[in-house]
Design a protein around this ligand. Sequence first.
Ligand code: NAI
Length: 426
Amino acid sequence: MSYPPISEQVEDLDAARAEGHRKIEWAREHMPILAALREEFEADQPFAGQVIGMAMHVEAKTAALTQLLADGGAEVAITGCNPLSTHDDVSAALDEHPRITSYAKRGVDDEEYYAAIEAVIAHEPTVTVDDGMDMVAAIHEDYPELIDSIIGGCEETTTGVHRLRAMDDDGALRYPVFAVNDTPMKRLFDNVHGTGESALANIAMTTNLSYAGKTVVVAGYGDCGRGVAKKAKGQNAHVIVTEVEPRRALEAHMEGYEVTTMADAAERGDVFITTTGNRDVITAEHFERMNDGVVLANAGHFDVEVNLDELSALAVEEREARDGVREYELPNGNRINVLAEGRLVNLAAPTALGHPVEVMDQSFGVQAVAVRELVEHGDQYEAGVHDLPDELDREVAEIKLAAEGVEFDTLSEEQREYMGSWAHGT
Ligand code: NAI
């Protein structure tokens, strides 16, 4: 199935593009790291001759990254990495760039979603930039003949890195991919602050309900869960954490959260937010214990954390209670409200804007230097998952600190020698 670019799919193309450009402009104004890299890339044209295939959440901040790569010389083909997270106007604005083709469209079905990925692959990318690994998977499964000409890839999120490591362990990953997610500049800000702020904000906007005085259950106390728990506590909620990893459970306990099982939390929570990257975290045995009117939202990458098939099977009635809120009525009369079809709520809810701009400036700054590293030194990396060299992550941090006007100390020669030596004892 040949799949058309967004410009052939939207109705009022001029209006969509104008609105898309307005959104991108606002984002770009608040992305000093990408602005600094833009000066470098426009002058050096590091990506000239490269074709970059991207599968990302196509909204304004991602558009700023996409334009940066194209303005640095690349031909870029992009599509979404989630059927509900694309902003069509932004996608249409991107598609106007002479070196960008955007296939991303909101509300696509499974067949269209994968057809759009194939349309990107038809550009024969030399570099891939993924959020969730769907592009890498499609290339390996269906277009292995392209692999020899691919320098490498970059992966944005935890779930994508998990999948890639599993693929690597099986000896199936045939080109190098940077785990951009795992760098401090990404993980400690995007996953923690970005997910914390944007998941809570979007739940509040979608429901128009408050956290104050409520019990918020956070499933998973990894980077995302830490952020969600902390910010929910900051909004005066009582926070319960569920975990399967004993040290993370202990950490949450020592941070002052109540830690218990989902079976127990199910009976007491008002709002449930899953951040595990795992499946079946909330299932039939939990739905049956929940109170009337609870709100369920997922902030993990895939829509598998809340088992909606089981919920649907239990329900005697279903209806759209509000935009982005599906209400399931159980035989006992209790109603369970699921947000954004169980897809990641901060990007897929009807009014969702994703993470704050400043946070994505950092994440995409790391993406941009990772792509530059692949293009400049990709031949030095073997097939497999790689950490991004630390100096590249530091480079992004230094640009950000300079933009914020924050001064920080540097090691003296004596300190550097001391820190690198084993000879100094008591
Ligand atoms: P992480 O690996 O740091 O944390 C996940 C935690 O969930 C771990 O501590 C793990 O032990 C726990 N867990 C696993 N199964 C569980 C279960 N059945 N019950 C309770 N806890 C369980 O991962 P991170 O970085 O926090 O990412 C989590 C998910 O969020 C991933 O799918 C990731 O791709 C996604 N993500 C979403 C973002 C967004 O914009 N919504 C942004 C960044 C990541």
